[in-house]
Design a protein around this ligand. Structure first.
Ligand code: SF4
Ligand code: SF4
Length: 272
C-alpha cells in the first residue's frame, strides 16, 4: 500500500515535470547514486580540473557533498536537437554576468516550478542543485541513468531512446523517499560502428586511461576507461578562445558567445 503511494507520487512528479516543459523526467534513490560510477570515481581522478570543474576553497574538485536529508533525486531533461544549437551557447555579459545558456535557463525555470508544486503538495523540502559539483551539484548523467532515462554511451554521454545523446539535464534533491524509475534495459552502443568516437576532433577515446583494477569499477569513463577528460577540456579551451562577440535578442549590450564542441553528440544516429 505504502509502495503503491510512493510509485503513484513518482508518476505524478514526472507528469508534472512534463506539464511544466520537461521532455523527460525520472527519479533515483540517493543511496543508489552514492555508489554509481561517477560518484565513486569523482575526486579520485588525478586530473579532474579543467573547464567543467571549479576551484572552491575547502572543496576537492569532483567530490560530491551530499546534504544529510537528501533521499531522492529528481532529474529533468529538455531535448537539444541540432536545429536548436543556441540552447547550449554559453553567453557571458549583458544580463548573464556569471554566464549561462538558454537551455539551462529553461531547465532552471521548470525545476523551480516543480519544486514549488512538490513542496506545496507534500511538504517535502526540495534542494535545486547547481550544475557544478564544487558548488553543490551531483553527477547528473549518473542520476539520469539510475532514474531510467537511458544509458551512458560509448561517447561518455547520456544516451536516451528518445533523443540519443542530445538533451540537457538538471537535478534537484528531495528529503522524501520516492520510488525510483530506473535503471532501464537500453544499450544502443553494443553493435554500433561508434560514429561518435570517429567524429571526435581531439581523439579523446583513443587510449586506455582508467582501469577496473585501479578504481574497483566495471563501468569506467567512456565505458571502458578510454575517455580522456584533459583532451576534451583541450577542445573546450579552444572553443572558449574562439568565442564571438555578438548582439543577441533581448540584450542591449553585446555579449560573448561560446559554442562548445558537440561532435560526439551530433554524430550519433540514436534518436535522430
Ligand atoms: S554513435 Fe551513439 S549508439 Fe553509436 S556507439 Fe556512439 S553513442 Fe553509442
Ligand atoms: S565534446 Fe568534442 S572533444 Fe569532447 S569528446 Fe565530444 S567530440 Fe570529443
Amino acid at each position: 500500500m505504502l509502495e503503491d503511494l510512493r510509485v503513484g507520487l513518482s508518476q505524478d512528479i514526472i507528469a508534472k515535470a512534463k506539464e511544466f516543459g520537461a521532455d523527460l523526467a525520472g527519479i533515483a534513490r540517493v543511496e543508489d547514486l552514492k555508489i554509481s560510477p561517477s560518484h565513486v570515481m569523482g575526486g579520485q581522478i588525478p586530473d579532474f580540473g579543467g573547464v567543467g570543474a571549479k576551484e572552491v576553497d575547502g572543496r576537492k574538485p569532483g567530490v560530491v557533498e551530499w546534504p544529510k536529508s537528501a533521499k531522492s533525486a529528481i532529474v529533468i531533461a529538455i531535448a537539444h536537437p541540432p536545429e536548436k544549437p543556441e540552447l547550449d551557447w554559453w553567453v557571458l555579459g549583458g544580463k548573464s554576468a556569471a554566464g549561462n545558456t538558454a537551455g539551462n535557463k529553461v531547465l532552471m525555470s521548470i525545476n523551480k516550478k516543480l519544486a514549488e508544486w512538490l513542496e506545496h503538495e507534500t511538504g517535502a523540502q526540495c534542494m535545486k542543485l547547481p550544475y557544478h559539483v564544487e558548488f553543490g551539484g551531483i553527477y547528473m548523467k549518473d542520476t539520469a541513468v539510475m532514474a531510467g532515462l537511458g544509458c551512458i554511451g560509448k561517447n561518455n554521454i547520456l544516451v536516451t531512446p528518445e533523443f540519443g545523446p542530445r538533451q540537457r539535464l538538471r537535478v534537484m534533491l528531495v528529503d522524501i523517499d520516492l520510488a525510483p524509475t530506473g535503471p532501464i534495459d537500453f544499450d544502443p552502443c553494443v553493435d554500433c560502428a561508434m560514429f561518435c568516437r570517429s567524429a571526435c576532433p581531439q581523439k579523446v577515446f583513443d587510449a586506455q586511461i582508467y582501469t577496473s583494477e585501479e578504481y574497483g569499477l566495471t563501468q569506467l569513463p567512456g565505458r571502458t576507461g578510454v575517455y580522456s577528460r584533459p583532451l576534451c577540456n583541450k577542445q573546450m579551451d579552444i572553443d572558449t578562445a574562439n568565442q564571438q562577440v555578438v548582439v543577441v535578442e533581448g540584450q542591449e549590450e553585446p555579449v560573448k558567445k561560446t559554442m562548445f564542441c558537440r561532435e560526439c553528440e551530433l554524430a550519433c544516429p540514436v534518436g535522430a
